[in-house]
Design a protein around this ligand. Structure first.
Ligand code: AMP
Ligand code: TRP
Length: 332
């Protein structure tokens, strides 16, 4: 049986990268798979959070899922801390995860910065909790952006380690699903860095709740180079900003980058930026407006999350019990 699990952290602003690289793809998957989409609030705590903002952001991510077209009747939407089985399984898995595997995680190195000794244990152990998120549902597929590839490979390694150690086939090895050109949307200010919630420059990303004027202004100010757009994808060499804008256009228009390039080949960036703004305002504007409408009634969102958590728990706890049994934990 195929089952999909994925999640987004409720930190800062949801942006175009989250939408094109992750959430939008999930909507289509609901037709063919049983899907579970989580708001990973425990992961958010790996870095300092303001409690009121964390609550607000949790509802905001839920609103984004719903506004993008995730159907809460068919699909499970919930926040991670509501289902304790994630953390309980994470402990069992952490006992089988060698430190050497965690030492390789590039995201920890980026987030911990130079003062490695001051970083929290949670930030370091985060990929084990992420593995537990997936394995506690025996999920077979995990749709994410490219930046999560390394964490997913680790989740596969951890699943394998458990199965080998206990000589069982409890956990399927989860397959990453990384879709198309928008799997890595880059910053509008620097084409060599990914668009990120934590970038201090507001002009580096399009947020899902930006209004039309702001979206247009951000694209107009997006960094480009002095040349015209290239005639073919080979012309992108050492032109990351050009490649990124064409990538975003093709993802929004749902055409290939080659088709997008055909349309703008040899033109000034201003022509591309103009059309990009229009397209983004149509697509993102609609999602943002629906998010605002949903957020005006937090009690509805809370109801969706509570219902989702009950359904998630009904799947997760029996799988946790199975793992506990395998480990030899007595449950009289
Ligand atoms: P996060 O913002 O780290 O919680 O990421 C949530 C989801 O969005 C994950 O599947 C990420 O891989 C994806 N994502 C985050 N940033 C980007 C980006 N710049 N381009 C494409 N996907 C992204
Ligand atoms: N680590 C992911 C991110 O930062 C979020 C996440 C947590 C996740 N648990 C997950 C994604 C399980 C997929 C599956 O984007």
């Amino acid at each position: 049986m195929n089952r999909i699990f994925s999640g987004v952290q409720p930190t800062g602003n949801l942006h175009l990268g989250n939408y094109l690289g992750a959430i939008r793809n999930w909507v289509k998957l609901q037709k063919d798979y049983e899907c579970i989409f989580c708001i990973v609030d425990l992961h958010a705590l790996t870095l300092p959070q303001d409690p009121a903002e964390l609550r607000e952001s949790t509802r905001e991510v839920a609103a984004a899922y719903l506004a993008a077209g995730i159907d809460e009747k068919r699909t499970i939407i919930f926040n991670q801390s509501m289902v304790g089985a994630h953390v309980e399984l994470a402990w069992l898995l952490s006992c089988l995860t060698p430190l050497g595997w965690l030492n390789r995680m590039t995201q920890f190195k980026e987030k911990a910065g130079k003062e490695r000794d001051l970083a929290g244990l949670g930030l370091y152990a985060y990929p084990v909790l992420m593995a537990a998120d997936i394995l506690v549902y025996k999920a077979t597929h995990v749709p994410v952006g490219e930046d999560q590839k390394q964490h997913l490979e680790l989740a596969r390694d951890i699943a394998g380690a458990f199965n080998r150690h206990y000589n069982c086939d409890c956990f399927p090895l989860p397959e990453p699903q990384i879709f198309g050109t928008a799997a890595r949307v880059m910053s509008l200010r620097d084409g060599t860095r990914k668009m990120s919630k934590s970038d201090v420059s507001d002009y580096s990303r399009i947020n899902l709740m930006d209004d039309a004027d702001l979206i247009a202004r951000k694209f107009r100010r997006a960094k480009t180079d002095p040349e015209r757009l290239p005639l073919s994808p080979e012309g992108f060499q050492a032109r990351p900003e050009a490649e990124n804008l064409i990538g975003i256009y093709s993802a929004l228009a749902e055409i290939s980058p080659e088709q997008a390039l055909e349309r703008f080949a040899g033109q000034n960036f201003s022509v591309l930026k103009e059309e990009l703004s229009e397209l983004a305002i149509t697509v993102i504007g609609a999602v943002g407006a629906e998010m605002r409408r949903l957020l005006s009634d937090p009690s509805h969102i809370d109801k969706v999350l509570k219902n989702g958590a009950e359904r998630a728990a009904a799947i997760a706890f029996p799988i946790l019990r199975e793992a506990q049994e395998i480990c030899g934990l007595l449950r009289p």
